[in-house]
Design a protein around this ligand. Structure first.
Ligand SMILES: Cc1cccc(-c2n[nH]cc2-c2ccc(F)c(-c3ccc(S(=O)(=O)CCO)cc3)c2)n1
Length: 240
């Protein structure tokens, strides 16, 4: 809850990340380049290096019919579903339950040849926020994942290179009520998903290899994850 040592950082980071996610790719200046398109999905990246390491910020926007922002965040946040959709996940541990909407994770992911295997420690927070651009519309739902230290799991103590990431999944639900006053069904809802991520690979990894992995893995991840949510929710009542 709000007394936890991480709470001030969670509050600050969530607000900051949601504001960044709301910025369109045109508005936040030049530099965003479209690198993948598939139907409604658009993926943009900025080529940035820190100490010679590729940290390319990524922003993906996708519109998916038949699901809500609460449902997208529910399946993204809750650990019990993660092995179903996160194909590169090798090991996931919930290190701490900070509160019912905040968890501390340790994850190791499959190795990307020729680089070393990576692991990551991050807090994950799910939050509903009023949509200030659409007062009487549905709320925004978001999940923010942000790397943090954990004294029990120091970086680079084992075989894995520790990576550092900040991820924001922001979801805006759209409801188009049926003309005839019938109850809202999945045919009347869609969700605009904005996925932002900045990943510092932690140790050396060839820029060309990392950029090729990102180009392949991000579109695959977002398509697979959204298809998973559609499939999990298709016969369940709507979650707003
Ligand atoms: C989707 C994607 C993009 C870029 C690289 C890869 C990938 N391929 N092989 C290994 C990885 C890998 C290595 C380390 C990581 F921390 C994550 C990682 C990715 C996403 C997230 S998350 O926070 O978006 C979802 C929770 O798993 C966390 C860790 C993924 N996967």
């Amino acid at each position: 809850g709000s007394q936890h040592r991480l709470w001030p950082e969670i509050e600050k980071t969530v607000k900051q990340q949601v504001e960044m996610a709301k910025l369109g790719v045109g508005e936040c200046g030049t530099g965003w380049q479209l690198f993948a398109e598939d139907g409604e999905m658009r993926m943009y990246r900025r080529e940035e290096e820190v100490d010679g390491m590729v940290v390319d910020p990524l922003k993906a926007v996708h519109v998916v019919k038949g699901i809500t922002g609460h449902e997208v965040c529910h399946y993204f946040f809750n650990p019990q579903y993660r092995y179903d959709w996160e194909t590169t996940l090798e090991q996931m541990t919930v290190l701490e339950t900070i509160s019912e909407d905040s968890l501390l994770f340790l994850q190791t992911h499959k190795r990307i040849w020729p680089a070393s295997q990576r692991d990551v420690v991050f807090w994950s927070h799910m939050r509903k926020l009023p949509d200030d651009q659409d007062q009487d519309g549905p709320d925004i739902w978001t999940v923010v994942n942000n790397s943090t230290e954990d004294s029990e799991h120091p970086a680079n103590a084992g075989k894995c290179v520790r990576i550092y990431l900040t991820v924001c999944l922001m979801c805006q639900t759209r409801v188009d009520p049926p003309k005839d006053g019938a109850p809202i069904s999945r045919d009347n809802v869609s969700c605009k998903i904005t996925y932002c991520s900045v990943v510092n690979p932690g140790g050396w990894a060839p820029a060309s290899v990392l950029r090729a992995v990102y180009k392949r893995e991000y579109p695959k991840f977002l398509k697979r994850f959204t298809a998973y949510v559609k499939n999990q929710t298709k016969n369940k009542p709507l979650m707003f």
